[in-house]
Design a protein around this ligand. Structure first.
Ligand code: ATP
Ligand code: MG
Length: 234
C-alpha cells in the first residue's frame, strides 16, 4: 500500500535520508529501528508531507498514487495519520478539542470520540483537561487518539512509547495489535526493541539514513547479533 523508493530527503545542504526504499502492506505493522539521529523522524515527516525536511528525489506512493508535493492535510485526506515524536499537542486545548479539531465533518462511521474514550478510559476522565495539564502517558494516549480520529488506514507512529511507564507501553502494544486486527497498517518508529518484537511483522534498520537491514521479526529474534551490531543492544 505504501511504497517508498530510493528516497532522499534532508535539511538545506544536509541529505539525511539517503536512498531509502520500504513497503508497508495492508494490515501490516512495519517497524523502523535505528539509533538517535539516524533519520527516522526525517523519513516519517517526509512521508507525511511535513516540512522541513525537503524531499530531494525518489518516490512515495500510496495505493498507486504519488504523495510527493501533497500538503499534510491532503495526505491526511488519503487516510494517513501521524503520531508525531514528542506528541505535539496544544497546551491550551482540551482533550475533547484535540480529538474533534481534525474530524472531517463529512466522514461517516469509523472512529468517534466515544470510541477513543473506550480504548483510553483515562482520556474520558480527563476530557476537559488542557494539553498542558496532562501527564506524559495521557499525552501519548491523546496523540494516538487524535490520529485515529481521521479514520486512518495507515498510521505513522514516531516513538509512541517514548517516556511511557512499562504498564502503558504494554497497553499501547495491545492497542496497536487491536488496530492491526482491524486491518490498519502501521509504520512504527521505536527505540523500545522489546515492544517492537512484540508487535511488528517486519523490521527495517536505519543507519545514517540508509536501510542496512531488513527482516521478518521471527528472523530478527533468531539473529540478535544483528541488533547488537546496528543498535548496540543484546
Ligand atoms: N530541522 C532540522 N534541521 C536540520 N537538521 C535536522 C533537523 N531535524 C533533524 N536534523 C538532523 O537530521 C539527522 C536525523 O535526524 P532525525 O530526527 O531524523 O533522527 P531520528 O532517527 O528520528 O533520531 P531520534 O531517535 O533521536 O528521534 C540528525 O543529524 C539531525 O541533527
Ligand atoms: Mg526521531
Amino acid at each position: 500500500m505504501l511504497e517508498v523508493r530510493d528516497l532522499h530527503s534532508g535539511y538545506g545542504e544536509a541529505v539525511v535520508v539517503r536512498g531509502v526504499s520500504l513497503d508497508v502492506g495492508a494490515g501490516e505493522i512495519v517497524a523502523l529501528l535505528g539509533r538517535n539521529g539516524m533519520g527516522k523522524t526525517t523519513l516519517i515527516r517526509s512521508i507525511m508531507g511535513l516540512t522541513p525536511p525537503q524531499v530531494r528525489s525518489g518516490s512515495i506512493n500510496w495505493r498507486d498514487e504519488s504523495l510527493l508535493g501533497l500538503r499534510p492535510h491532503e495526505i491526511a485526506d488519503r487516510k494517513i495519520a501521524i503520531v508525531p515524536q514528542g506528541r505535539r499537542l496544544f497546551t491550551s486545548l482540551t482533550v475533547i478539542e484535540h480529538l474533534t479539531m481534525l474530524k472531517n465533518a463529512r466522514a461517516k462511521g469509523g472512529w468517534t470520540v466515544e470510541r477513543v474514550f473506550g480504548i483510553f478510559p483515562r482520556l474520558a476522565e480527563r476530557r476537559h483537561h488542557r494539553g498542558a495539564q496532562l501527564s506524559g502517558g495521557e499525552r501519548g494516549m491523546l496523540a494516538v487518539g487524535r490520529a485515529l480520529m481521521i479514520d486512518p488506514q495507515l498510521i505513522l507512529m514516531d516513538e509512541p512509547s517514548e517516556g511511557l511507564a512499562p504498564v502503558m507501553v504494554q497497553h499501547l502494544e495491545e492497542i496497536i495489535l487491536g488496530l492491526k486486527r482491524e486491518g490498519l497498517s502501521i509504520l512504527l518508529v521505536e527505540q523500545n526493541l522489546y515492544s517492537t518484537l512484540a508487535v511488528a511483522d517486519r523490521v527495517y534498520v536505519l543507519e545514517t539514513g540508509q536501510v542496512v537491514h531488513h527482516a521478518n521479526v521471527g528472523e530478527l529474534a533468531q539473529h540478535t547479533e544483528i541488533l547488537f551490531k546496528h543498535l548496540g543492544v543484546h
